[in-house]
Design a protein around this ligand. Sequence first.
Ligand SMILES: Nc1ncnc2c1ncn2[C@@H]1O[C@H](COP(=O)(O)OP(=O)(O)OP(=O)(O)O)[C@@H](O)[C@H]1O
Ligand SMILES: [Mg+2]
Length: 245
Amino acid sequence: MLEIKHLKKHFGGVKAVDGSNFTVKEKTITALIGPNGAGKSTVFNLVSGILKADSGEIHFKKKEITNWQPEKISNLGISRLFQQPTLFSNLTVQENLLLALEKEDTKFWKNLAGKNNVSKEQKQLVKKTLELVSMEKFEQKLARELSFGQKRLVELARAILKPHSFLMLDEPVGGVNPKIRKEIATILLRLKKQGETILLIEHDMNFTLGIADTVIVMDEGKVIAEGKPKSIKKNPKVLEAYLGE
Ligand SMILES: Nc1ncnc2c1ncn2[C@@H]1O[C@H](COP(=O)(O)OP(=O)(O)OP(=O)(O)O)[C@@H](O)[C@H]1O
Ligand SMILES: [Mg+2]
């Protein structure tokens, strides 16, 4: 579904992504792991078009999408959860999700101007998606009133809500308590069962190894290992990259 070929991106002297190659198969959960600063989020930013690659190629569903505009990539069906929280704190959970349903270029101003253009169907969809992450009770709460883990669940709902065929999640359980962590693992496995393709970045090895079909390990901008969770766990190169952190 996604193919990364010889991808490179540097920031000044820092080779954040240094000739990475990997593929993500349809209807699987693939985990991208590696020490801090390995280049994982930069790969996500390149795939979603937020950053422009220096060289290399990105293919999605056999189409080359390297350096396309973010809106165009999003409209292809690539949905994303950011590493940093991105909810509007003074809007309700429902309002935050409704914003995600609008077309990228007009959504913000249209929604600020009034909510009359929100359809019953859209509201229904928001409610159903919140139920998926067990957050329906918080629909009318302001985002700033939620705990960190609850915000993460709402952000996950927002990523699922948009029509998509590929989910990219940057540390969905980073800083989240064990109970919500477990909930998120269950949600992701359920989504996979429903035919979704998921690429996730995660530091928690147990979480990753528990749900991923394939694990890709990055270190210093390069892919140093790729395989099934069990083999990755024992891979000397991987152990060295982590212990050398
Ligand atoms: N916008 C930027 N400007 C300058 N340097 C950047 C920028 N984004 C990332 N970098 C650098 O590129 C390298 C890779 O960063 P990246 O955020 O991709 O790592 P990561 O694997 O996601 O790390 P973490 O696990 O800590 O989130 C780091 O050395 C980082 O400092
Ligand atoms: Mg990161």
